[in-house]
Ligand binder design. Structure first.
Ligand SMILES: N[C@@H](CCC(=O)N[C@@H](CS)C(=O)NCC(=O)O)C(=O)O
Length: 244
């Protein structure tokens, strides 16, 4: 039995739901509200994911965390409809995209989203005192420190600009890749495409023009159309907020 602990609009959760849909695997949903109820910080959930974040996968009583690890695990355990290239070099390229999605794209979109989305949302839901005590509940030392620094000092224009430049660099790398390749890691759709797709949707949803200028990056625009047309995309994105 597969149980997914996830949040409806989280990019990392969407990666896993896309993989499950591509592979046509049945799963049970356990929705974790990371925005208003902060269920990710409840002791019972922190036992499941010690980092206090979503997603987490439970498979026959075993817990797997980290979206990139989860999607490779799913492809290992359910080899049908394989989502990894057979060729070792292309498989290495695929893993580089997984790494870029986490260490460059996720990290920097998080910085850009802070002033635009996170602050207004937190102010609407919690007083300043509550926000501070919520940060203190975070289990990981590093994340707690980063969030505390942001809470005290905000994100500066310089930090936002650097984050945007890093994302522009990543998008340019995508465009160069897609000039010679149908999908990010070669001739077939793979976990590389899955790991990146939710962030493109996030750029569009946040209206970050420089990142979604398809006139300037036509190959990426075409790739994005093909990704959105896949039944797995429609299925993964049809999961809406169960509390509404
Ligand atoms: N590296 C982790 C990142 C997980 C992560 O940051 N998840 C976000 C949602 S996309 C989260 O749960 N955030 C809760 C919070 O920061 O309060 C993964 O890929 O699974």
């Amino acid at each position: 039995m597969l149980k997914l602990y996830h949040f409806w609009s989280s990019t990392c959760s969407r990666k896993v739901r896309l993989t499950l849909a591509e592979k046509e695997i049945d799963w049970v949903s356990h929705h974790i509200d990371i925005v208003s109820k902060l269920e990710n910080l409840e002791p019972n959930y922190v036992k499941i994911n010690p980092n206090g974040v979503v997603p987490a996968l439970e498979h026959d009583g075993k817990i797997i965390i980290e979206s990139n690890v989860i999607i490779e695990y799913l492809d290992d355990v359910f080899p049908e409809n394989s989502l990894r290239p057979k060729n070792s070099y292309q498989r290495a390229l695929m893993r580089l995209w997984l790494d870029l999605a986490e260490t460059k794209i996720h990290k920097n979109i998080n910085i850009i989203s802070y002033n635009k989305r996170h602050v207004p949302r937190a102010n609407q839901l919690f007083s300043k005192e509550e926000q501070l005590s919520n940060i203190e509940r975070f289990p990981g030392i590093e994340k707690r420190a980063v969030m505390l620094k942001r809470f005290k000092n905000g994100v500066s224009n310089d930090d936002e600009k650097l984050a945007t430049d890093c994302l522009v660099e990543a998008m340019d790398q995508m465009e160069r890749t897609l000039v010679n390749s149908e999908w990010l890691a070669g001739t077939d759709f793979s976990l590389a495409d899955i790991a990146i797709a939710p962030f493109i949707e996030r750029f569009e949803a946040n209206g970050i023009e420089t990142l979604v200028d398809w006139g300037k990056r036509p190959k990426t625009g075409n790739w994005w159309k093909r990704v959105q047309g896949r039944p797995s995309f429609i299925e993964a994105y049809s999961f809406q907020d169960p509390n509404k």
